[in-house]
Write a protein that binds this ligand. Sequence first.
Ligand code: UT7
Length: 329
Amino acid sequence: MNKKTAAITAVGGYVPDFVLTNKLLETMVETTDEWITTRTGIKERRILKEEGQGTSFLAIKAAEDALQKRGLDPSEIDLVLMATATPDMPVAATGTYVASQIGAVNAFSYDLQAACSSFLYGMSAAASYIESGRYKKILLIGADKMSSIIDYTDRTTCIIFGDGGGAVLFEANEEGLGLQDEHLRTDGVGRQFLKIEAGGSILPASEETVKNKQHFVFQDGKSVFKFAVSNMADVSTLIMERNGLTHEDVNWLVPHQANKRIINATANRMGLDESKVMMNIHRYGNTTSATLPLLLHDYEKQLKKGDNLIFAAFGGGFTWGSIYLKWAY
Ligand code: UT7
């Protein structure tokens, strides 16, 4: 009997309507379209403006899109795995609410948080459940309402992030397609460079923490940039070497969308032409857990069965890694 592999069989995506352009940001903080474009590659990002709606709103839209495309009855889903760094509320898990809302009445659900690597780690978890044979259909969602944790007076962070959601369905494959290999890493030394200081168990919310703006994302961009460039490139080339892949064998790099310069550096180290690099940072900015599934959503029509995809991500924590996956449809 063939070894069971875990393949992606459907993709969905959603971004909110409101477009926050670089031009608009110029009126909010001291910045320029030119600075943002040359330093990051971002031109605009989407913001969820609907009152009272959180990350689950984005997740539900993306999940429904994926299910509708696959023509799947949601009651067949075994697990809804929710990758997010911006849950609706600290407790209870956002995924449980999403699962109920989409009609996944027979599924269990939980949230997975590894900052910008959440979705990548989620792919590993989902694939392991499928390979073990314990579950058959897993819906992995990556969604973040980053605008809920961004200080729009801080020019070093507000120009980077956007809101969005993406979802993929994982199912067993008998042809050897799907997830082939992975290399996932963490290093806790990184948490000082990218964090939200307050609102957790070390520093619970208080008048003081609100006044000090400690509930917003803090990032030491330069330090994170250095780690991201070397680590994302290292794991991506390692995955290629370990699987005997040359740049000709790789059809697509699917990189976390944090900074165009980081993506280019990774692609260069892999010897990949720009035409093989998925990119939508100019339209959405950094949507954290949603970048990878939104890339798949935007490029789905160009993908062919058997294509070799290398996923790569780097995020706060630090967390990073690379996954090699063969496209299944
Ligand atoms: O997704 C999770 C992982 N995150 C990342 O991978 C992000 C990694 N970091 C980065 O992408 C980049 O470091 C940033 C885009 C955040 C910043 O770019 P940079 O080239 O590293 O700029 P910098 O922080 O070194 O700042 C250079 C200058 C500074 O001015 P001085 O000190 O040289 O006078 C900043 O104050 O640019 C200034 N600056 C800005 N100027 C105009 C910082 N932000 C802005 C801005 N507009 N928005």
